[in-house]
Design a protein around this ligand. Structure first.
Ligand code: BG6
Ligand code: BG6
Ligand code: GLC
Ligand code: GLC
Length: 914
């Protein structure tokens, strides 16, 4: 018993001594967490360098864009072939992805030959193997899409276009292949076999293939890692950080090619004499220095070099090296793994060393085993540091404090080495404690992933076609826009003529506003502003003369939906209630002030203070108002309340108010445009052209009510099925067709209809139409404006959609944004075509070659939308090149204009009375 203890003690002591000896000898290879954190930081900086356009040429970590933009979403299907070249095995696969989302695949593996011949030879070999495979699987008659896993650094321009091999790595070095297009080489080799018909659809790196394979089972997988013959990682990067590829939307997989990290000397302080010696004896000296410290192709050799040096120094094998130990490549990774086995490791070591003709003592075996541990431990540590850098980058990209993610892994070293995986996981978790990482082993290799990429490419191409088809009717040619302009012109003329006026869709309503302000207006006025997003009551003080100015006080009141769509009496009682509140709030309840009423609906006027509502538009539908004089209705409501009295002097459309507001600053402003909840224009027309009003002198402002343009079907050729659906679901079906294509109240609805359609086609939201998407009016103008803002990252777009109850993926948000863009662009163009008709008419009426004119503009769409105003201006310029149009934004709303009109009317009225 005592003897056994003594023996055990002796052994432990022996082991400790040997371990200490090796630890001392290889102290440089043992990396503390501080060093690893430092490596992590260096790698992070290197990634940034690789992503930057200017810094990429000198970066060692090439950060190659892969053009793989989306992970599998389970909807891929079909039969695919894949070949897998570059690891320890060369394989051909047939992958069947079934509709129910379960993937099944048949695999065939072949050992890879060592290639040092000509490039043509390699690809001929690949083609031959594929042919063999197809023969045995009875697939020769089939035309299958082929995905190619090619585990070397390639520069791609597209998923299926030119991929130049940048350099051979690992144990491959085929002459004449570098800088050539790998896919066309494979295609050429395949074409030599007349009896098969294959097309290479996608080329992927093994890291990408691995990420895709794992991504099929776990949607969180956004990193692919290989620790095998070589080492490398890929991950999903935000497009806005990838300078080398155009576009800012979404994400793209980046193949880091981290094996080359340190090729510029950045890791020289960590590299040992053994690393340098190994490098000098490799196929690619000076290259892939990080890979050479990590991957299985090199670890065996590193161990051999260490053992040799230790032997030479008399620290092992009594100082006697065998020829085998002196021979390059005699120790392989499989030996290192066997020597590190938990139980049988020591006896394996003895066996292996004996096979190398060394005569190991027990001490030698312990020491050699520990050398192996230090070498593979260092590999796992370095790999963990670089992976930690990627994970941190992902987390920071997502602006998360804590992140859950999955890393898909493959490679012989990770899979077969007894402790490697455990070590790697442990160190990663220590280096990035704020990432919950799941390591998912890819069971069937990256060829399957290549097939997935091919399938995704297939799916995306098909989807793109469907989306393009849905949006095609929104793309209007210049020709079509010109046609719209001409038709608008015809309708404008119709509305002005006596015999056609009654049936005209563009009503061209006289406003009895005959001049723009001249600066002599003054006094204190009340104004009401009803019909836009907000209902306002205002007090406006106007000063004339040298100290001319306008002071305004206003209050916004809500108009509940049930009032907007209740009875007329209720609506006007509510308005008067708001006025009463305002007077009280301002402390002017007793004053009988003149009032201007901005009423943003079509009114037929016989004078400035009379306006019969032609018909409700937008979101209003109160009963018993159409055909009634709105001024009378307001007066009656005031009377009913019997609390105060007001002198209602003018009723004004918002376009007219806007023109007046802007006209106060710029006398050249003769047009008022609203691009808001609704869409409308007014302009100063020559009296002689207005047949329904007596008199030929001077001008009068015409409220066109162009929203009704097209109600006779004249623009039905450009109305889409979505426009028709929006119309049918509106409060006024068949009416205001142009407005429904151009204004804020409807654009969101058009978008919603398109999204529903795309979802039904399975192109969005996983084919699920959510409750929120069914809700009318969820996309208000402000949301559209936010979604289309270029300053917003896609993640924020997703957040907006989430706020709206739409659970979207990154790809979904790209599509939603595209849909919004198509709809709002068409709106701006159509609005521009309409406006071009107006300015052209004015130019012709004035009989000038060149017209300079100002348009006063207001409305949430114009003001909030990031692109609407620009596209509108561009279209006007294009369609009315002889007009120089200045757009002037109305800062103070149309209430100010209404007050100015009231001031003028009051003055004229008083003059008339005198
Ligand atoms: C395999 C992939 O599963 O992993 C290969 O299909 C890849 O393409 C390999 O190169 C990495 O492992 P190893 O150990 O074979 O280099
Ligand atoms: C405002 C006017 O400034 O613009 C309103 O005062 C008008 O009367 C509005 O209707 C148009 O914008 P929106 O987007 O609120 O309909
Ligand atoms: C080498 C290749 C790289 C590959 C890795 C793993 O580093 O350059 O493309 O991903 O090996 O196989
Ligand atoms: C609607 C109204 C119109 C108004 C426009 C903008 O088109 O009918 O009167 O000017 O909306 O608010």
């Amino acid at each position: 018993m005592f003897a056994v203890h003594l023996l055990a003690f002796h052994f432990t002591k022996l082991k400790e001594d040997q371990i200490k000896k090796v630890d001392r000898y290889l102290y440089h290879m043992r990396l503390s967490d501080d060093v690893l954190l430092d490596v992590m930081a260096r790698f992070q900086a290197e990634m940034v360098k690789g992503l930057g356009k200017d810094t990429n040429p000198t970066a060692t970590v090439k950060m190659l864009p892969t053009f793989v933009r989306s992970l599998p979403d389970g909807s891929e299907k079909g039969d695919f072939l894949a070949v897998d070249l570059g690891g320890s095995q060369f394989r051909a696969h047939q992958v069947k992805v079934s509709d129910d989302g379960k993937q099944s695949s048949q695999l065939e593996s072949r050992a890879c030959r060592f290639f040092c011949g000509r490039g043509g030879g390699l690809f001929d070999y690949v083609a031959d193997c594929l042919l063999d495979f197809m023969e045995t699987k009875n697939l020769k008659h089939k035309k299958l899409p082929l995905g190619f896993t090619f585990s070397f650094p390639c520069k791609q321009t597209k998923l299926e276009e030119v991929r130049f091999l940048l350099a051979w790595t690992k144990h491959f070095k085929v002459r004449g292949a570098q800088d050539t297009d790998v896919v066309s080489s494979l295609r050429k080799a395949l074409q030599k076999h007349k009896d098969i018909d294959l097309d290479v659809l996608a080329l992927v790196n093994d890291t990408v293939g691995t990420m895709m394979t794992c991504g099929y089972d776990d949607q969180r997988c956004e990193v692919g890692l290989i620790i095998g013959t070589g080492t490398n990682a890929c991950y999903m990067e935000e497009m806005r950080h990838i300078d080398l590829v155009e576009g800012d939307e979404g994400r793209m997989c980046i193949n880091t090619e981290w094996g080359a990290f340190g090729d510029d000397g950045a890791l020289d302080d960590l590299r040992t004499e053994f690393d340098r010696e190994l490098d000098l004896g490799s196929l690619n000296p000076g290259k892939q220095l990080f890979e050479k410290m990590i991957s299985s192709l090199y670890l065996g050799e590193l161990v051999r070099l260490i053992l040799l040096k230790m032997t030479k120094e008399g620290l092992l094998f009594n100082g006697k090296a065998s020829t085998a130990l002196l021979t390059k490549g005699k120790i392989e990774m499989k030996h290192v793994s066997a020597m590190e086995k938990y139980k049988e490791g020591l006896s394996n070591t003895k066996e292996i060393l004996t096979e190398l003709n060394l005569f190991p003592s027990e001490e030698d075996c312990i020491a050699v085993q520990h050398v192996c541990t230090i070498v593979s431990f260092r590999s796992a540590n370095l790999c963990a540091a670089a992976l930690a850098a990627i994970l941190t980058r992902l987390r920071e990209n997502k602006k998360l404090l804590r992140m859950r993610t999955t890393v898909g892994i493959d490679g012989g070293l990770y899979k077969t080495h007894p402790q490697y995986a455990k070590r790697l996981h442990k160190v990663v978790r220590r280096l990035v404690p704020n990432c919950d990482v799941r390591f998912l082993l890819s069971v069937s290799g990256s060829g399957k992933g290549a097939a997935m990429v091919t399938a995704v490419a297939y799916r995306l191409a098909a989807q793109r076609k469907q989306i393009d088809a849905a949006l095609a009717p929104f793309l209007l040619s210049l020709e079509t826009l010109r046609e719209v302009k001409n038709k608008m012109r015809t309708e404008l003329e119709y509305g002005l003529k006596r015999e056609t006026q009654a049936s005209a869709t563009v009503k061209m309503l006289p406003t009895y506003v005959c001049g723009t302000p001249d600066g002599t207006e003054k006094g204190k006025f009340l104004a009401l502003d009803l019909g836009g997003t907000n209902f306002r009551v205002l007090l406006v003080k106007i000063r004339s003369g040298r100290r001319r100015s306008v002071q305004m006080y206003n209050k916004i009141f809500a108009i509940p939906l049930e009032i907007m769509q209740g009875t007329g009496e209720e609506l006007f009682d509510h308005i008067v209630q708001c006025i009463a509140d305002f007077l009280e709030y301002m402390g002017i309840k007793g004053a009988r002030l003149p009032l201007g009423f901005t009423f943003s609906f079509p009114c037929r006027q016989a004078s400035i203070d009379k306006g019969t509502l032609v018909g409700w538009t937008k979101g209003f539908k109160a009963t018993d108002c159409e055909g009634e004089d709105v001024v009378d209705m307001l007066r009656e409501a005031i009377r009913r309340r019997n609390e105060f009295d007001l002198d209602i002097v003018a009723v004004v459309n918002d376009t007219v108010g806007t023109m007046m507001t802007c006209g106060y600053e710029d006398p050249n402003c003769e047009i008022g445009l609203i691009a808001g909840t609704g869409s409308n224009v007014c302009y100063m027309e020559d009296m002689k052209n207005i047949e329904i009003v007596e008199g030929n002198e001077g001008k009068m402002c015409i409220n066109t009510e162009w929203g009704g343009f097209g109600d006779n079907g004249c623009i039905d050729n450009i109305r889409t099925k979505y426009d028709k659906e929006v119309d049918e679901g509106s409060l006024n079906p068949g009416k205001q067709r142009y407005e429904k294509m151009t204004s804020g109240m409807y654009l969101g609805e058009i978008v919603r209809q398109i999204l529903i359609d795309l979802t039904k086609q399975g192109l969005l939201f996983r084919g699920q139409i959510s409750e929120s998407l069914r809700k009318r009016g969820i996309f208000e103008t402000k949301f559209l404006s936010q979604i289309e803002s270029d300053r917003l990252a896609l993640l924020q777009v997703r957040r907006i959609l989430q706020q709206l109850g739409l659970d979207s993926t990154c790809e979904d948000s790209i599509i939603v944004k595209e849909v919004c863009g198509a709809v709002s662009r068409r709106a701006a163009q159509l609005c521009g075509a309409g406006l071009a008709a107006i300015v052209e008419k004015k130019r012709e009426d004035r009989g000038v070659d060149h017209l300079q004119i100002t348009v006063g503009v207001d409305g949430t769409l114009y003001k909030l939308h990031p692109h609407f105003s620009r596209v509108l201006r561009e279209t006007v310029k294009e369609l009315a090149p002889q007009c120089d149009v200045t757009f002037m934004l109305s800062e103070d709303g149309s209430g100010k204009g209404a007050a100015l009109i009231t001031a003028v009317a009051k003055r004229l009225h008083n003059v008339g009375q005198k």
